[in-house]
Write a protein that binds this ligand. Structure first.
Ligand SMILES: O=C1O[C@H](COP(=O)(O)O)[C@@H](O)[C@H](O)[C@H]1O
Length: 208
């Protein structure tokens, strides 16, 4: 309801809204609930905060998750801007995604138990670039050291340029990771950089 209200406010103000959502396994109930919200979906563009560089029909495609659980019913009228077209070449996908990219009015993040958010993974070789506060780039390619698939991810700077930021997590173990991250800013828990950022506060929704 909060995300739908933000999108409706953006539509009222500018005639359109841009929403970026996360993938993985957690967001399914959220995506389904959002799809049922009665807003002007034809004026909404939907994209992703991160994507695995795989073919769209791959089981690990975040775009596949969005198509299956969000772009249904009334929400099927939204315009979808995926980050990956074929999954053949990460740098080519990045260049193509950057051309179509629009800074989101609303970005809904998830978090892994390793403290990654979007695909800003701890110990990734270019994590400093992903976390750089003044990075003008919206997106970057990330090779996770301990997770499958090369990724395309929003940078921390672009997340901070977004209109509204949410984090949706579930379970006690993620709650403990979140509490640790809130205590100390550290590259070992990339989410910590967003929890302490003042430019764009993060609204956290946790469920057991
Ligand atoms: O790899 C990813 O992981 C995070 C967390 O996923 P979850 O399955 O633990 O909810 C997700 O936010 C991100 O979009 C995804 O690419």
């Amino acid at each position: 309801q909060a995300v739908a209200a933000d999108l409706a406010a953006a539509i009222a103000a500018r005639g359109q809204a841009v929403l970026a959502v996360s993938g993985g396994r957690s967001p399914v109930p959220f995506l389904q609930a959002l799809a049922a919200q009665d807003i002007a979906w034809q004026q909404v563009s939907v994209t992703l905060v991160d994507e695995r560089v795989v073919a769209p029909e791959h089981a690990d495609s975040n775009a596949g998750l969005v198509r299956e659980h969000l772009l249904q019913g009334k929400a099927a009228a939204a315009r979808f801007l995926p980050l990956v077209q074929t999954g053949a070449d990460a740098q080519a996908e990045l260049a193509a995604a950057a051309v179509l990219w629009r800074t989101p009015d609303v970005a809904v993040l998830g978090m892994g138990e390793d403290g990654h958010t979007a695909s800003l993974f701890p110990a990734a070789s270019n994590l400093a670039e992903g976390l750089a506060a003044a990075n003008p780039a919206a997106l970057l390619v990330v090779v996770p050291p301990a997770a499958p698939h090369t990724r395309i991810s929003m940078t921390l700077a672009e997340l901070q340029r977004s209109g509204k930021l949410y984090l949706a997590i579930a379970g006690d173990s993620k709650r403990r990771v979140l509490d640790n991250a809130a205590a100390t800013v550290s590259d070992t828990l990339p989410i910590s950089h967003l929890l302490t950022a003042t430019a764009r506060p993060l609204d956290v929704y946790w469920s057991a």
